[in-house]
Design a protein around this ligand. Structure first.
Ligand code: FAD
Length: 176
């Protein structure tokens, strides 16, 4: 992804020294930009990025997201259940299985997916990528979602398109 646009940079220079925000997000990877969803609640959000470009490692990752019992699995005709996901994770994680963390993850990951798809332009798509351990109990295909194709807004570079969308959300990105 490219650096912030000149207009964005000028606007930030004007505000330098007196910048206030309801929410400050450090870093513009998937974690940080998911926090930007706070802007949807009417808050003023600033993202501070130490690199000269935004996107972090996320910008060149594969974008696969592993979520058991996700609603896209139905499109593949795959049934999944929490009990099967727990069985799979117990098998592959062994002594690293942390019941409290897994419980939180299995409860909130599908809710996060649903929330992001309803409230942002992030869309994930079903894939037939299988879980990595086919002999483990509870093994499935379809838990790994991939990012859906994204319309970058015609001839404008995708970075410009992203900056425009952030502005619409009342969110500034300040790159170094
Ligand atoms: C080639 C490749 C493929 C991958 N494929 C997948 C995949 O398919 N599925 C998967 O789940 N994971 C994948 N990963 C791993 C995944 O990309 C990372 O786990 C994920 O992107 C991390 O997101 P993040 O938001 O935590 O960090 P990042 O995306 O790295 O974002 C962190 C941001 O914070 C900024 N930053 C750091 N310190 C500061 C500071 N002090 N002040 C301001 N800004 C700061 C950084 O410059 C960066 O922009 C892949 C990784 C690689 C390299």
């Amino acid at each position: 992804m490219a650096a912030c646009g000149q207009a964005e940079e000028n606007q930030l220079k004007e505000r330098r020294g007196k910048m206030e925000a309801d929410v400050i997000v450090i870093g513009s990877g998937a974690g940080g930009l998911t926090a930007v969803v706070a802007a949807k609640a009417g808050l003023d959000v600033v993202v501070l990025e130490s690199a000269p470009v935004f996107g972090g490692t996320t910008a060149f990752s594969g974008g696969g997201v592993w979520i058991p019992v996700n609603h896209h699995m139905k499109e593949l005709g795959v049934d999944d259940s929490r009990a099967e996901a727990e069985a799979y994770l117990k098998s592959v994680l062994g002594n690293f299985y942390d019941a409290a963390k897994i419980d939180t993850y299995l409860t909130n990951a599908p809710r996060m997916l649903d929330y992001l798809e309803r409230n942002t332009e992030v869309l994930l798509a079903a894939s037939t990528i299988p879980d990595y351990a086919p002999s483990a109990p509870g093994w499935k295909t379809g838990r790994c979602l991939l990012t859906a194709d994204y319309d970058g807004g015609g001839s404008a570079p995708i970075s410009t398109c992203c900056v425009r969308r952030f502005r619409r959300w009342a969110c500034s990105i300040r790159c170094r």
